[in-house]
Design a protein around this ligand. Structure first.
Ligand code: AMP
Ligand code: MG
Length: 527
């Protein structure tokens, strides 16, 4: 008998057509939004970590987390009374090409709850096959589950819109994976993350119905989405759908700016990985830029074309919005409003980018000359290997009166961000001094005091992010059942903007061993 008492509410599966017969074998479906499916019972589930904060959002008391019932529900061993888990049907454009039906191949939505006026969907990732598993097994390995669990919570605490994570469970089952796709598969421990978000609906949920001419269902899904997640949209008919698309476009652009601000590269921005709510979703082969490099992608699958590289995320987001517009077109039957929204995205992006960057630089407002100050900085940061997080964090140590200081004392403020000492000699040193002088002059044009500016900068330039090598160290320890690093870094990343001087050891550049290591500098989709 389950002691957990949750305020279960009607979710997507109770509101839209679903396949009721529970078959967890791969199949093509039609005219349904989801399929009922039960999680696979894990062999020996063990709770490795949980978030009391997320539990609280859901109305789950702290003392219940350690309870056996919590483990049963969030490992998929048992189904919460009266609920019907389901996998969603969606398609997607993968790497620029329509891929047809994809769907929740290893995600199972357990139920929706409402707590303190907010609705949440709880979803298990890695709980076994569904009708959408295609050729894969429906499971997830510990390595990728740790990465998702940690990073989604880290993103939340950085202030970046994201799905969240309630729990990390080791299943006790072994899962076969070929990490480098080189014909050397190996068994790895299986795991399940319980993800939490208002909704997991993606661009691809809309696309699948339009490509199949399921226009009635397209409209039902869109109405469901607007009614439940965009309640401020009170318009009717076509206007309603246009306003909805506009809002999605704005949220998506904002998300791209936020990713840029913190140096996050998603790695697989296919339309099936784009949240309709503008949340970061599906943490796969993502990465954090160590050195500031627009050409960098963490995803080995994207090595050749680097479609999803750091500097291309905002363009890809727009490309994905065009695919969403195509999917919504049957509800509007007019291209003009969509084209206007694309034009707005293009027009608004640069000013919004400059605003975000000027905040990182501690400037109160954007002046005309700031465009060239920022462009010059972007160029310089690419000429050498320069650590993004350390650079922006330490930049707040400049003071207005540094302008008259000796060159070396200026360089000293930022020198920890450089990967190579020789990059601070000769011509490149001169270029940096030149830029710093421009920057200091610009600081002197603002009214902010040094202390005020430092405070403002430190609230947008994190001190701690989940560097790729950190995640790899946590994983290697966890695979030996040492969860100390997981706990330590989980706690560290709850306060990414605070100094946390006892944990200063994590405010360091990527170590040399991690430069070209699998898992630490490149990741495969095999998860
Ligand atoms: P991704 O790009 O990793 O978000 O996944 C693309 C598609 O593959 C989605 O439909 C996923 O549900 C599915 N998928 C990924 N990994 C697995 C797996 N191990 N088992 C079943 N389906 C999977
Ligand atoms: Mg996905």
């Amino acid at each position: 008998m389950v002691k957990l008492k949750l305020n279960i509410i009607k979710g997507l599966a109770e509101s839209l057509p679903v396949e009721e017969s529970i078959v967890n074998r791969p199949q093509q479906v039609s005219n349904i939004a989801a399929s009922l499916v039960n999680p696979t019972k894990p062999r020996a589930p063990k709770l490795l970590h949980s978030s009391t904060e997320v539990a609280k959002l859901l109305g789950i008391n702290n003392d219940l987390i350690k309870d056996y019932d919590f483990l049963k529900i969030f490992s998929g061993s048992e189904i919460y009374e009266g609920t019907k888990p389901y996998a969603m049907n969606y398609g997607g454009h993968q790497f620029g090409h329509w891929a047809g039906q994809l769907g929740d191949g290893r995600a199972i939505n357990l139920f929706d709850v409402e707590n303190q006026g907010q609705r949440w969907t709880l979803q298990l990732k890695g709980a076994g096959p569904t009708p959408y598993s295609r050729t894969a097994d429906g499971f997830a390995v510990l390595r990728s589950s740790i990465r998702e669990y940690l990073c989604s919570e880290a993103m939340y605490h950085l202030g970046v819109p994201t799905t969240r994570a309630l729990s990390l469970v080791k299943t006790g089952d072994q899962v076969l994976r070929d990490v480098m796709y080189d014909g050397h598969p190996d068994y790895e421990p299986g795991a399940i993350v319980c993800r939490v978000a208002p909704s997991f609906i993606r661009f691809g949920n809309f696309e699948i119905h339009t490509t199949r001419s399921e226009f009635d269902l397209l409209q039902k899904l869109t109405d469901f989405t607007i009614d439940n997640y965009f309640p401020e949209n009170k318009l009717e008919g076509k206007e309603k759908y246009i306003a909805f698309f506009k809002e999605v476009s704005e949220r998506t652009m904002k998300l791209m700016l936020e990713w840029h601000r913190v140096g996050f590269v998603h790695g697989v921005m296919n339309t099936d990985n784009m949240s309709i709510l503008g949340l970061t979703i599906d943490y796969g082969p993502y990465g954090w830029v160590d050195d500031y490099n627009y050409g960098w992608t963490p995803n080995t699958t994207d090595r050749a074309h680097k479609r999803y590289r750091f500097g291309n995320q905002a363009n890809i987001a727009l490309w994905n919005l065009v695919q969403l517009a195509n999917a919504l077109y049957p509800l509007v039957e007019d291209v003009t409003p969509f084209e206007e929204i694309f034009a707005t995205y293009q027009k608004d992006y640069r000013p919004a980018f400059l605003k975000m960057m000027t905040q990182k630089l501690g400037l109160m407002y954007v002046k005309e000359t700031d465009d060239s100050l920022i462009t010059a900085l972007e160029k310089l940061m690419h000429e050498q290997e320069l650590d993004m997080t350390i650079f922006f964090r330490n930049l707040s140590n400049f003071q207005k009166n540094h302008l008259t200081n000796h060159e070396d004392s200026k360089i000293n403020v930022i020198k920890d961000a450089f990967y190579f000492d020789h990059d601070l000699l000769g011509e490149s040193k001169e270029k940096w001094i030149n830029w710093i002088n421009q920057y200091l002059q610009r600081l002197n044009e603002d009214d902010l005091s040094d202390a005020q500016r430092k405070l403002a900068m430190n609230s947008v330039n994190p001190k701690y992010v989940l560097r790729n090598y950190m995640a790899q160290m946590i994983i290697e320890a966890a695979e030996k059942e040492d969860y100390g690093p997981l706990n330590e870094i989980y706690n560290l990343l709850q306060k990414p903007y605070e100094e946390q001087s006892d944990l200063e050891k994590w405010f360091v550049k990527r170590p040399d061993w991690a430069r070209n290591k699998v898992g630490a500098s490149m990741l495969s989709c095999s998860s």
